[in-house]
Write a protein that binds this ligand. Structure first.
Ligand code: NAD
Length: 500
């Protein structure tokens, strides 16, 4: 009998008001039922909001360094349970254990960074233009933060949002992706064990179009942080715009690795294999386009093909596995559909191009690592996010052309260039329209203490991670303290008398 997991609302683990649940299955083995998770609705949300309002009143008055102490303890608990969490994450999400260990480590790094921010949260103190007057800015919490997360980083992405939101003094309502509810449940258990007051965190499982949309629409949740597809992000953005909510959007990518002829080709080869097929291509920063200079195009592709054919598909719990499954049946259908589009567009399928089957693979959503050559800039395979193990190869003549091709997509998350020429590297850093550019490293590999995010349709100007995210989760307040004992009028008394 499968276990029924619960929501966490108003300080207790509770069944959904409607009594309905959904199944969470292992994408590498669909016979493996992990558990049943609540399908939440508006009644659950109303209870969560009422409780979070009380939690906020208490938490916002807790000194920021003390809030940081709770987050540091959560980091310690993640360290202690790293391997166990990585295993359960691989079971529900599919990526190999070394990757889920990295996912937990990112949460740990984020915890310790956030904990130390509790002793900073800097404002400014600046001179007033008037005598005997003091002027300063500082940061205040905002209220209840609605946190909506995707499936591909089941722990890291929730921690990127929830630790800074809590550190800044907000209460949190957390809606994880339907495919990874178990990791989210364990994360909330850890927050509670670390000493977070129970009404400061509420966990609501369920479908995005139901409970996710209800969170976005709720008038008493002034702050929404969303990571997911650009299509969903547009809907979230429309509602938040209409309701004047503060919104952080982190969305899709179509990231390119550029290889110049002077590059260390062995290094570039390792980079593209990891960038394109790591996490089965299901990273927002995955290498989805490989831009090859015409001088090295053929030799590089030959070597890439040989290495790609050696990749071992399988259950991520098996230490020999290089590439795990796609997340679910819909993802399998989407990726398969893109192969059909590639055929229609005249791309050459050099390897892969179909579901991977045989033995245990039949029970999961496995897709063969796929390389498409001759992809034309402007075509769908050159522009649209596939979110699977599909690499589009595009040939270019010089760096100017590579930069132009990189920039002519609607997304702008990450890019990478392999070269030994320092001038080419710096030109690329300056000219590539992305939030992140890597030099001699793949398009994936962000570190938790730097701002993370993209330009154009990847984001809406905010960043996760690093020091910038704390601006998003707090409001600037300015205070003027006039101790002159008389009315002093800014602009008028400052300059008015002198100018006559
Ligand atoms: P998704 O958009 O399907 O779902 C993301 C979350 O939104 C889920 O929790 C889902 O339940 C919820 N949701 C769905 N419909 C909703 C609605 N109408 N209102 C409110 N919430 C709703 O995305 P996904 O398939 O889980 O994740 C893959 C996408 O995420 C890719 O496009 C990827 O590039 C992107 N991503 C971006 C970043 C980044 O930082 N830029 C990081 C990871 C993933």
């Amino acid at each position: 009998m499968a276990k029924h997991f619960q929501n966490f609302i108003a300080g207790e683990w509770v069944a959904p008001a409607g009594g309905d649940y959904f199944e969470n299955r292992n994408p590498a083995d669909t016979d493996d039922l992990i558990g049943l998770f609540p399908l939440s609705g508006r009644a659950d949300l109303e209870r969560a909001v009422a409780s979070a309002k009380q939690g906020f009143e208490r938490w916002r008055r807790t000194p920021a360094p003390a809030r940081g102490d709770v987050i540091r303890r959560a980091g310690d608990l993640l360290v202690a349970r790293k391997d166990e969490i990585a295993r359960l994450m691989t079971r529900e999400m599919g990526k190999p254990l070394q990757e889920t260990r990295g996912d937990v480590q990112e949460g740990i790094d984020t915890a310790y960074y956030a904990a130390s921010e509790g002793r900073r949260l800097f404002g400014h103190t600046v001179p007033s233009e008037l005598r005997d007057k003091w002027a300063m800015s500082y940061r205040r919490p905002i209220g209840i933060a609605g946190i909506i997360t995707p499936f591909n980083f089941p722990l890291a992405i929730p921690t990127w949002k929830i630790f800074p939101a809590l550190l800044c003094g907000n209460a949190v309502i957390f809606k994880p992706a339907e495919d990874v509810p178990h990791t989210a449940t364990v994360f909330v258990e850890i927050l509670l064990e670390a000493g977070l007051p129970p009404d400061v965190i509420q966990l609501l499982h369920g479908r995005g179009e139901d409970i996710g949309a209800a969170i976005v629409e709720h008038p008493e949740i002034p702050l929404i942080s969303f990571t997911g597809s650009t299509a969903t992000g547009s809907r979230v953005g429309e509602t938040c715009g209409r309701m004047h909510k503060r919104l952080s959007l982190e969305m899709g990518g179509k990231n390119a690795q550029i290889v110049l002829p002077d590059a260390d080709l062995d290094l570039a080869l390792d980079g593209v294999l990891w960038g394109a097929f790591g996490t089965t291509g299901q990273r927002c920063t995955a290498t989805s386009r490989l831009l090859l200079h015409e001088d090295i195009h053929d030799q590089f592709l030959d070597r890439l093909l040989a290495r790609t054919r050696e990749l071992r598909l399988g259950n991520g719990l098996d230490p020999d596995t290089d590439v795990g499954p796609l997340i679910n049946e819909a993802a399998l259908e989407k990726v398969t559909g893109y192969i059909e589009v590639a055929r229609q567009e005249g791309d050459e399928i050099l390897c892969g191009g179909a579901r991977a089957t045989g033995g245990a693979l039949d029970r999961g959503y496995f897709f063969q690592p796929t390389i498409l050559d001759g992809v034309r800039p402007g075509s769908r395979l050159a522009c649209e996010e596939v979110f699977g193990p599909v690499l589009s190869v595009i040939r270019f003549k010089d760096l100017d052309e590579a930069i132009r091709i990189n920039n002519e997509v609607a997304y702008g998350l990450s890019s990478s260039i392999y070269t030994k020429d320092v001038r080419a590297a710096f030109r690329a850093i300056n000219e590539l329209d992305n939030g992140i550019t890597y030099v001699n490293a793949p398009t994936i590999g962000a570190e938790a203490h730097l701002p993370f995010g993209g330009v154009k349709q990847t984001g809406n100007g905010h960043r996760e991670g690093g020091w910038e995210v704390y601006d998003f989760y707090s409001e600037t307040k300015v205070a003027y303290i006039d101790y002159s004992g008389k009315l002093q009028r800014a602009q008028i008394d400052t300059y008015g008398a002198a100018q006559g």
